[in-house]
Design a protein around this ligand. Structure first.
Ligand SMILES: Cc1cc2nc3c(=O)[nH]c(=O)nc-3n(C[C@H](O)[C@H](O)[C@H](O)COP(=O)(O)O)c2cc1C
Length: 328
């Protein structure tokens, strides 16, 4: 079996430094930036924007865009074309945060297929590169706006759909419903990449077998184990996953170095904390360790503490690494 694997876009987490870490371990075939607001691109040239900084090995790299005004998307894509390293653009129709609902961004657009049509038209007019969409399952599926959205996606030759197998109302409260992926796959000729609650290499293979999706996009489990993509490949080849101590040791050694190499200094500490919140969920005492680490103040002491923790490697969880702390 061949599975296309991608790292999901995640705000404050899938920046250049983290993508480089995932690329270091291998196995991931596509990277997304965290979502970038199209309006943001009006004020800052993309080459100066840390949200858009590339790393070295995070290719192909797709920029994820969020917003509402078609003209903002047109402008943003035209500006991003200057960068040269982008493999394509992804339209965010999945984010459900309160602010997004208020402004009618992200998943709110699932209720407005004609506006999605205008946005895709605007994006297509500014680029020859691939345009993809990341969405949640719209309300009323398989009826509601879904058939119209598919028509729009097919008309604009969207290169693939990433479907997070939850509705906007689900938030993260209920488990992902993979059976919806199978039904979506049956109802469109477009490539469908599945997403939601893949927490182990075995889950990845099971998602493909049960739903027929063309690719699998992994989010939170990659924050906990940035080497999960390599483990999926090993699993496909009938090999064992990487030993935890070895992989985790490399991750805590390299990640701080990549933060310093690829991101501005003002980001280092906050992005380290954001990563550790997830990474520490490799240990059953995650919350205890996380609180302890937050207290120890500066960047270097945190790095030292987490290295010590990994060296001792006590109470390590095994796959599947379902997160037990809430999304924050
Ligand atoms: C902290 C966090 C930030 C996220 N940010 C984004 C984002 O910027 N764009 C997006 O499309 N989805 C975002 N998501 C959703 C993920 O891409 C993914 O769809 C979701 O986590 C389900 O996949 P998983 O079960 O593999 O984590 C975010 C999720 C989390 C947990």
């Amino acid at each position: 079996m061949r599975v296309k694997l991608a790292l999901a876009p995640m705000v404050n987490l899938t920046h250049a430094a983290f993508r480089e870490l995932v690329a270091h371990f291998g196995g991931c075939r596509l990277f997304f930036t965290e979502m970038v607001n199209v309006r943001h691109l009006k004020s800052l040239p993309p080459s100066k924007d840390p949200y858009l900084f590339p790393a070295e090995r995070d290719r192909p790299l797709v920029v994820q865009l969020v917003g509402r005004e078609p003209s903002d998307f047109e402008f943003a894509v035209r500006r991003l074309e200057e960068l040269g390293y982008t493999a394509g653009y992804n339209l965010n129709l999945g984010c459900t945060k309160g602010r997004f609902q208020r402004y009618g961004w992200g998943a709110s657009l699932l209720e407005e297929p004609s506006l999605v049509d205008e946005i895709l038209s605007a994006m297509s007019s500014s680029t020859e590169r691939e345009i993809s969409v990341k969405m949640r399952v719209p309300k009323g599926f398989p009826r509601g706006t879904f058939p119209e959205l598919v028509e729009v996606f097919e008309r604009w030759r969207v290169s693939f759909l990433v479907v997070h197998a939850r509705s906007p109302e689900d938030g993260f409260k209920r488990p992902a419903r993979w059976q919806l992926l199978k039904r979506i796959k049956e109802q469109t000729s477009l490539e469908v990449w599945g997403n939601g609650d893949v927490f182990s290499p075995e889950d990845t293979l099971r998602m493909v077998e049960e739903t027929g999706v063309d690719g699998v996009v992994i989010g939170r489990a990659a924050l906990i184990r940035p080497w999960i993509f390599r483990d999926v490949e090993a699993c496909l080849g009938g090999k064992n996953p990487l030993p935890f101590e070895e992989a985790a040791g490399e991750a805590v050694e390299l990640f701080p170095q990549y933060l310093m190499r690829f991101l501005p200094e003002r980001w280092w500490s906050k992005r380290l904390d954001a990563f550790l919140y997830w990474f520490l969920q490799n240990f059953s005492g995650a919350l205890f360790y996380f609180r302890k680490l937050l207290k120890c103040g500066d960047f270097n002491s945190k790095v030292l503490q987490v290295k010590e923790l990994v060296e001792k490697a006590k109470d390590v969880r095994s796959y599947p690494v379902a997160p037990f702390l809430p999304v924050r």
